[in-house]
Design a protein around this ligand. Structure first.
Ligand SMILES: Nc1ncnc2c1ncn2[C@@H]1O[C@H](COP(=O)(O)OP(=O)(O)O)[C@@H](O)[C@H]1O
Ligand SMILES: [Mg+2]
Length: 156
């Protein structure tokens, strides 16, 4: 498996979050502590952004920059399924590669924040719509290894 050391640490993030939830008797995902737990397990991480569901931190694996995306278990599973909806042969052409996920974390290729031309968003939207991927907008597109790619989508 790629980035196995990062996965071990992500699994520890899961354990800490579950422990905290149990100790506090929480039902919901404890968003407030996520940044601290990631900072603890990934000392060189940086906050990259957040959307409605996820909190995103960049992490390093040797020379490569990656992102660790955290959200509640159902959303993490759903993101993995959405990515898997694209056929294996074209998946990584349109979607920033997701290496693996744990209960609360997924690891994805880092994408640069650049302004995304409307036409590029439209092209990506057209390419993935037949696979049932929705919500392709500039916010969910970044530049990965020189190409515009989707970093987040919804299932239809
Ligand atoms: N692969 C990535 N590389 C760099 N930043 C990212 C990446 N994916 C997401 N982000 C940043 O994190 C934000 C939220 O991530 P996103 O996957 O869209 O989560 P949500 O489901 O909450 O919308 C994005 O708007 C973007 O700023
Ligand atoms: Mg998003």
């Amino acid at each position: 498996m790629r980035h196995a050391i990062l996965k071990k640490r992500a699994e520890m993030v899961d354990v800490i979050i579950d422990h905290y939830k149990r100790a506090r008797g929480l039902r919901n995902f404890p968003k407030r502590i996520v940044a601290d737990v990631v900072g603890l397990m990934f000392p060189h991480s940086n906050f990259e952004g957040r959307g409605f569901f996820k909190e995103v931190h960049s992490v390093r694996s040797r020379a490569r920059k990656l992102v660790l995306k955290l959200s509640h278990a159902k959303s993490t599973r759903r993101d993995w399924r959405v990515y898997q909806r694209l056929p294996a042969g074209i998946r990584n052409r349109y979607f920033a590669k997701i290496y693996w996920h744990t209960k609360y974390c997924s690891l994805q290729k880092y994408g640069k924040k650049v302004s995304v031309p409307k036409l590029e968003v439209e092209k990506l939207r057209m390419c993935v719509r037949k696979y049932g991927l929705r919500d392709i907008r500039a916010d969910n597109v970044r530049k990965v290894e020189g190409r515009f790619k989707i970093v987040d989508a919804n299932p239809s």
